[in-house]
Design a protein around this ligand. Structure first.
Ligand SMILES: Nc1ncnc2c1ncn2[C@@H]1O[C@H](COP(=O)(O)OP(=O)(O)OP(=O)(O)O)[C@@H](O)[C@H]1O
Length: 226
């Protein structure tokens, strides 16, 4: 379980997260939605221990950041490191043996290629493979479905279900509602650095309809081109 209490984050004088309280339990999948710039990535970086913040993030794990697999929207890789070497490094960092990589390469990535020369989607799949092989307890996936091909999206959806069944804690952000509706137990709406709404599975379809109505309104008609 991860418990966030009164979490605030400033970049300079600008407050990005404002007094957030939220808990993530084992065996559940949480969706985080919010406009661009609402603070999703910042929240994830705070939980993963990559940012300083005010407030408390606690868990039943001894050192939380050692059990979190964070998938960033645009993973970065150093030059001249092959994908195989990267996976090895990531596993070494967690003291995990990497014995069956050739069968565990579920996205069929070219492991001899330098990771920095991978395409955007390949980079995401490599970073995801790494945090899976690390056998983390918590998975924080920032837009995992974005930029990867249809087949990989199917694999990622199934992976999330498997992680849930294995009692892991999973937090996902996405701008694609259908992917969240398929995988999440609950969705939390972040607005201007605060959680303004919690939506349970049975209410997902009404949330989508409401958001569509509210967001689209008569904007398209205002274009007045068709
Ligand atoms: N390193 C930084 N320095 C200053 N401001 C930052 C920094 N990182 C993020 N911000 C600001 O914090 C706010 C929240 O950004 P964040 O990336 O968390 O949003 P997001 O909800 O993940 O957006 P998106 O949906 O576009 O990925 C934005 O206004 C952004 O400009």
């Amino acid at each position: 379980m991860i418990k966030i209490q009164k979490l605030s984050k400033f970049y300079g004088k600008r407050q990005v997260l404002n007094d957030i309280d939220l808990s993530f339990e084992k065996g559940k999948v949480y969706g985080i939605v919010g406009d661009n710039g609402s603070g999703k990535t910042t929240l994830f970086r705070c939980i993963a221990g990559l940012e300083k913040y005010n407030g408390k993030i606690t868990s039943d794990l001894k050192v939380l950041k050692n059990h979190i697999g964070l998938l960033l929207t645009e993973p970065y890789f150093f030059d001249k490191i092959t994908a195989r070497e990267y996976l090895q490094l990531m596993c070494n960092a967690r003291n995990v043996q990497l014995e069956y990589l050739d069968t565990q390469n579920i996205f069929d990535l070219p492991l001899k290629q330098y990771a920095s020369t991978y395409s955007t989607g390949m980079k995401k799949k490599l970073a995801l493979t790494a945090i899976l092989l690390q056998k983390n307890e918590c998975f924080i996936l920032d837009e995992p479905f974005n930029g990867v091909d249809i087949q990989s999206n199917m694999i990622i959806s199934e992976l999330i279900k498997k992680l849930k069944a294995a009692d892991k804690t999973i937090v996902i952000s996405s701008h694609i509602f259908s992917t969240l509706a398929e995988t999440c137990d609950e969705i939390h709406v972040l607005k201007n650095g605060q959680f303004v709404r919690k939506v349970l599975k049975e209410e997902f379809s009404s949330l989508e309809a409401e958001m569509k109505n509210f967001t689209i309104g008569n904007r398209i008609d205002q274009l007045n081109i068709y």
